[in-house]
Design a protein around this ligand. Structure first.
Ligand SMILES: NC(=O)c1ccc[n+]([C@@H]2O[C@H](COP(=O)([O-])OP(=O)(O)OC[C@H]3O[C@@H](n4cnc5c(N)ncnc54)[C@H](OP(=O)(O)O)[C@@H]3O)[C@@H](O)[C@H]2O)c1
Length: 262
């Protein structure tokens, strides 16, 4: 990894290959962040974009449905990286954005495939929890500001039949963030954390929701209607709202946020 400019922010981002995470990665590179991204399939566009700006980027191919090994690797990597780059990073902002999530096949829980549920819940709840622990542990004592932004959803705050595991994962991410905010508030120089609902975005996850089996998932038509009425944000527009939240002076004062209610 090339030596970055002093105090250049360093951000760990999950799910940067496509969807809103790709928009967030583009925005972070344009804002001068060094990046470590975690997804199954790295995106060459990001490598080229970072290189064109002389910024360091590392993209890991990892499956967040198996998050333990990934979190252990992240903890060791961050500890080594922060120690090797002590001069450049000692005052830098350090961020973790847990953006990746996996939606189980929409439909009633009673009919769900158990392996599908397990994969989705591990990627959407266990992974953010373990990665947050790894990030906070490896970066404690850093002099610069540390922020964790967990991407939540309106479905973590109101229930929708047919998406029970996703609702549970996002409600879990919200409550995880509330509890960690209390813990970090108790220590000098503690990290700040927010669980943020990003609005409704034109991504593969929306395709999955509107193209589900209407007999098993009655709300398909509602998602179809949102697409046809133009209610979905583009990935770059949604990313800009998330990144504006990350930059807020009062980031973390309330650990629960929604880009639609600034
Ligand atoms: N789209 C919406 O309307 C909407 C609304 C509210 C909240 N959100 C939230 O916004 C975030 C981004 O959603 P999105 O719509 O952009 O989703 P998306 O288009 O489905 O993209 C998901 C991203 O997560 C990665 N990912 C999925 N499963 C993974 C796994 N097992 N291991 C590693 N990476 C994995 C994917 O990369 P790979 O496939 O390369 O692994 C991809 O980069 C999610 O937290 C979602 O819950 C979305």
């Amino acid at each position: 990894m090339p030596t970055p400019p002093a105090s250049s922010p360093f951000t760990v981002l999950t799910g940067a290959s496509r969807g809103m995470g790709l928009g967030i990665a583009r925005g972070l590179i344009d804002a001068g962040h060094q990046l470590l991204t975690l997804q199954r399939t790295p995106n060459p566009e990001l490598q080229a974009r970072a290189q064109a700006r002389g910024l360091a980027i590392e993209q890991w191919s990892v499956d967040l449905s198996e998050p333990l090994a990934v979190a252990e690797r992240l903890r060791s990597h961050l500890s080594a990286h922060l120690s090797a780059q002590r001069e450049a990073l000692q005052d830098a902002a350090l961020n973790l954005i847990n953006n990746a999530a996996l939606l189980a096949e929409p439909g009633p829980l009673r009919d769900a495939d158990l392996a599908d549920l397990s994969r989705a819940t591990r990627a959407s709840l266990e992974a953010p929890l373990l990665l947050t622990a790894a990030f906070l542990g490896a970066t404690q004592g850093a002099r610069g500001p540390r922020r964790v932004l967990n991407v939540s959803s309106g479905l973590g705050r109101f229930a929708l039949a047919g998406t029970a595991s996703y609702c549970a994962a996002k409600a879990g991410v919200d409550h995880l963030s509330r509890a960690v905010a209390l813990e970090e508030g108790e220590v000098e120089g503690g990290a700040r954390i927010v669980s943020l609902a990003p609005g409704v975005i034109d991504t593969d996850m929306q395709v999955q929701l509107r193209s589900g089996n209407a007999e098993r998932f009655a709300h398909c038509s509602r998602f179809e209607q949102m697409k046809t009425s133009g209610a979905l944000d583009s990935i770059d527009a949604a990313a800009a709202k998330v990144l504006a939240w990350l930059q807020r002076e009062d980031f973390g004062r309330d650990p629960i946020g929604d880009v639609r209610q600034p």
